[in-house]
Design a protein around this ligand. Structure first.
Ligand SMILES: [Zn+2]
Length: 334
């Protein structure tokens, strides 16, 4: 039995047909977690879909109406890069409900992981990059409205920049300024990464991503770390450590939302970084160590992952659960 809850529903599956986004991964991850003994059936909670009111805490009424009435323009549907259907709308409302549930549960258990979600390319008025609804933003706004939290930090480690997150939580942020680097940080053999940052409102956003990748326009997060092509484990982990501690020196959140994309992996079809499976697990361990040490509840979503082998994508996501188990089981028994 895990000392925290996993949030999952069979209806997380996205009905998008044969697509580079492997929507079957959610169910397969659940199966593997149980088969490998990492989790038991009782560790999983089934979410309810978010309500339209929840969705409207983040998204514009006109956009929500287009989604619920099936009146997106062909251009809007093309930009989303997944085929619109009524069932797909329901799957995204459910993903948002799953993130709300995970965010609530982590406040009592220290951590909670939704085996889905992380749709960080959804904007208030449109969807793009396989993302219709920004489930993480909906969860943050819902918990704020419930007075369960006042502030939150998003930590986006998907290989693609969290453009929707940046825009949703931009608030009255000032222009980005370069952040000082931690001395002794090893630079890559090619070109150093770059960290930019600015003032945040009630939600502090951090994104570590490959610079030369989608989205072309990267609206400023509170901290953006633009990583060069081909960065490997050690440099990536150093930048992550730097960015997370820089953020936490400036901002103490009531909730950490970790977007644990599997696509920084070296064999990802849509990514150009060079992390190993072991490095990806160290990434998760670092995030959980810091959250635990700082006593910040952490909710996790899975976001992207397009490895040549679906088995690798599943291993990376399952390892996120293993890393949380190792960290938080020790915490309970000590
Ligand atoms: Zn991605």
């Amino acid at each position: 039995m895990l000392p925290f809850k996993l949030v999952y529903s069979d209806a997380y599956y996205l009905p998008i047909g044969d697509h580079v986004f492997p929507a079957q991964k959610y169910g397969r991850i659940r199966e593997r977690l149980i088969a490998s003994g990492v989790a038991e059936a009782d560790d999983f909670l089934e979410p309810e879909p978010a309500s339209d009111q929840d969705i409207l805490l983040v998204h514009k009424p006109e956009y929500v109406h287009k989604l619920t009435s099936g009146t997106l323009s062909p251009r809007e549907e093309m930009e989303m890069e997944i085929p619109y259907s009524r069932d797909l709308v329901e799957a995204f409302w459910l993903a948002a409900g799953g993130s709300i549930l995970a965010a609530r549960r982590c406040l009592t258990d220290g951590v909670s992981i939704s085996i889905g979600g992380g749709f960080h390319h959804a904007f208030p008025d449109h969807g793009e990059g396989f993302c219709m609804i920004h489930d993480v933003a909906v969860a943050i706004r819902r918990l704020q409205q419930d007075h369960a939290i006042r502030t939150a930090m998003t930590l986006d480690c998907d290989v693609h920049q969290g453009n929707g997150t940046a825009v949703i939580f931009a608030g009255n942020r000032s222009v980005s300024v370069p952040q000082p680097s931690v001395s002794g940080l090893r630079q890559t053999h090619t070109r150093p990464g770059r960290m930019r940052g600015g003032h945040a409102g009630d939600v502090f956003t951090i994104s570590l991503h490959q610079h030369n990748n989608y989205p072309l326009w990267k609206p400023p997060s509170s901290i953006d770390v633009d990583l060069p092509d081909g960065m490997g484990d050690d440099d990536y982990l150093a930048w992550l450590d730097n960015a997370l501690h820089t953020g936490l020196r400036q901002f103490k959140p009531d909730l950490l939302c970790y977007v644990a994309g599997a696509d920084p992996y070296k064999e990802d079809q849509l990514g150009g970084l060079n992390l190993t499976i072991d490095g990806m697990k160290k990434r998760d361990e670092l995030v959980f160590q810091v959250a635990h040490a700082e006593r910040i509840p952490v909710m996790v979503t899975f976001a992207g992952g397009y490895a040549m082998s679906l088995e690798d994508t599943m291993t990376i996501h399952c390892n996120t659960v293993v890393a949380a188990k190792e960290m938080f089981t020790g915490a309970v028994s000590s």
